[in-house]
Design a protein around this ligand. Sequence first.
Ligand code: NZQ
Ligand code: ZN
Length: 384
Amino acid sequence: MNNFTYHNPTRVVFGKGTAGHARKYLDPQKRVLLLYGRGSVKNNGVYEQVLGGLPTPPVLEFGGIEPNPEYETCMRGVEAAREAGIDFILAVGGGSVIDAAKFIAAAIPYRESDPWDILEKGAAMSAAIPLGTVLTLPGTGSEANAASVISRRARQQKLAFIHPRVQPVFSILDPETTYSLPVRQTVNGVVDAFSHVIEQYMTYPVDSPLQDRQAEAVLLTLIEEGPRAVAQPRDYNARANVMLAAMWALNGHLSCGVPGDWSTHMIGHELTAFFGIDHARSLAVVMPALLREQSAAKHAKLLQFARRVWGVTAEDEGTAVEEGITAMETFFHDLGVETKLSAYDVTLEKTAPIVGRFRTAAARLGEHGDLDADRIEAIFRACA
Ligand code: NZQ
Ligand code: ZN
């Protein structure tokens, strides 16, 4: 097992009826910015619940955060928050609202240069406004981690930053807030969480049986509970199990002591930046092709995945590995998620600028740093 440090300071409040419990965790002296998306929280009653549970009314409300939160929108939030003297952000929504809250929290006190530099240049930030969340869409894990992904459509960029100062102080996870999710978003969350486990599990063995079995437990839970939540949107336990699994997939504990990959995400983010494909759907396209491209280096874990997660019994190891990947693809297809670029009208030719970008950056992705632009091109050929 590899060395690691683990520290997750987010207080997770989980369960039925908790959406209106923010007052228990929020200092009434705080000047709160209430941040949300483009209207779902007003349609499903979550806004009322959250507002009713605040110790004092928010000093400022800022709605309109879009999926794949946009830098320009966030900067309007930063300006308004600076003017209002905000010292706490409460984000109510999915990964996009929470990620926007994290970037706004970092950008408010950042005066050294354009806050975009935090994303593009890894500019050092010395402070951030504290934030809390009420999660309404399980999938990204943003509610219990220190990552944020922001898009800048004008430049076809989608970039991430990770900083402990933007880790939520508390996150409220009330599964009932997810009853109103459209099927597309429920499914996106399941596929995104699945991919987060794969990025931390599908590398090479380091003799870490506990982490492996925890990863497999999250995968098996998503495989069982995801379709159940789709079939019965108001099944509390199905919703709760998906919500817990998605948080567990990316709150940091699965990566303790094991190598990480994250190349599917690096490539998927580019597909979203260039073609606007939903985050989870970009991953469902890249992941199977990437696992096949990397099947030699990932052989031992791919075989374990096939046998333990999908119950593959084929004796020949190569056959078993392929059956495992195919079972994963079938799982995505059964959820209504496509695994080819053509489903999004993206031809191989259209991916050339992405390959060019990786080539210019001399990218070497993956747990062995062996995925270069030529091999990324091969992955696009395979999933075209
Ligand atoms: O705009 P609103 O009204 O909020 O509606 C949203 C949006 O249209 C809607 N929605 C959310 N909760 C709902 C609901 N509709 C009905 N009922 C509810 N309870 O769903 C739509 C999608 O929301 P969004 O927040 O964009 O989805 P998701 O949670 O999948 O977040 C995606 C973003 O997170 C980033 C992605 O790249 C993408 O930008 N990620 C963040 C990560 C992190 N911070 O750790 C890791 C991930 O890998 C990912 O990259
Ligand atoms: Zn993801």
